[in-house]
Design a binder for this molecule. Structure first.
Ligand SMILES: [Mn+2]
Length: 343
């Protein structure tokens, strides 16, 4: 088991009492793992009768609304005053699926200012937060997987139920691209095997996440792959860019381009992809790779971002065209590395 006594788990367990006010938070634009780990932890504490609140920095895509506990999540962006008060009065603040308060966006100042006991549970590299208890492991598939380990390390077996299992399974499934990456440790599958004991319906969960797109979103995907994808075979790289006008044309709603960046990785000979999405004030970028090519390092160096070896985000204040040009101009210096990575 990855979460061990050395991390102060039993001390933490002792400090947590039913009188404690627990607040769980996650990063902005929460994905399946962020919400899955937050709500799994929520149910774990709720099932024990704790006073627990879950706060998201902002809204998230509709395909996650079915998650058990979705209706109790408070949107910080929409309920600022209320959330600031809740965080201020918390005894325990759990920070899941992020390790840098900047990732909490608008919520950053409240979290930084909170004087309570802070617990981080996360799988991203290079933690940047000062906390009282840190459960930070980069080798796991997802934070949701860590939540399972955390629950087990807390001797919390009795508080597992279908809701907890559904949330954890969702996080593991979405953070591994349905077990196509970040999932080569046997332990991940041992955990999944145990989750199936709680009568979760894994095929239904898959469908709720991946078969829930609008016709607009499918047409937008067609447009991106048909008209907007640029392939650079000599650099084993492909990119997609999308302007605000194009988004309007396809009735774009937040979350519609989720996963688009992965598609070009299915092209033979491509191991590095980027997706550039124009926002009002900046260009949002997603990077993906296969193998050992570290997209987090490139993003950190040139696009003020970061993340994992194979999946990272970034941004740019240049125009969309200038951002894409900046990216394309970088490719020659990575040519050899990308080439070797394909072998
Ligand atoms: Mn994650």
């Amino acid at each position: 088991m990855i979460v061990k006594e050395s991390e102060g788990i039993s001390e933490l367990k002792e400090r947590l009492t039913v009188q404690s006010k627990i607040v769980i938070t996650t990063h902005q634009n929460p994905d399946g793992d962020a919400l899955g780990s937050m709500l799994a932890l929520y149910w774990f504490f709720r099932n024990q009768g704790f006073d627990v609140t879950a706060i998201s920095p902002n809204d998230y895509p509709e395909f996650l609304f079915w998650l058990p506990g979705n209706d109790i999540v408070i949107d910080f962006y929409k309920n600022r005053k209320k959330c600031e008060q809740i965080i201020n009065e918390a005894n325990f603040l759990f920070l899941v699926d992020y390790n840098d308060t900047r990732r909490a966006a608008e919520m950053k100042d409240s979290i930084d200012a909170a004087q309570c006991c802070k617990v981080m549970i996360d799988h991203h590299p290079f933690p940047q937060m000062i906390v009282d208890y840190s459960f930070s492991f980069t080798e796991v598939s997802s934070t949701s997987e860590l939540i399972y380990e955390f629950i087990m390390a807390m001797d919390g077996h009795a508080w597992m139920n279908k809701s907890v299992a559904e949330c954890i399974y969702t996080g593991i499934m979405t953070d591994t691209g349905c077990f196509s990456y970040n999932s080569s440790r046997p332990r991940t599958f041992e955990i999944v095997a145990d989750l199936l004991n709680y009568s979760i319906e894994k095929d239904v969960i898959y469908s709720r996440i991946y078969d829930s797109y609008s016709a607009h979103r499918m047409r937008l995907l067609g447009y991106c792959l048909g008209q907007k994808m640029q392939v650079f075979p000599e650099y084993n790289t492909a990119l997609i860019s999308l302007s605000l006008d194009e988004q309007k044309l396809y009735n774009f709603v937040s979350g519609d381009t989720e996963g688009f960046v992965n598609y070009p990785l299915s092209i033979k000979g491509i191991c590095f992809t980027a997706m550039f999405i124009e926002n009002k004030d900046k260009v949002k970028i997603s990077f993906r790779s296969r193998g050992s090519f570290p997209v987090n390092a490139l993003s950190e160096k040139y696009f003020s971002g970061g993340g994992h070896t194979n999946a990272a985000g970034g941004e740019s204040r240049l125009s969309l065209d200038e951002t894409v040009k900046k990216f394309v101009d970088l490719l020659p210096q990575y040519a050899q590395q990308l080439n070797e990575n394909m072998r």
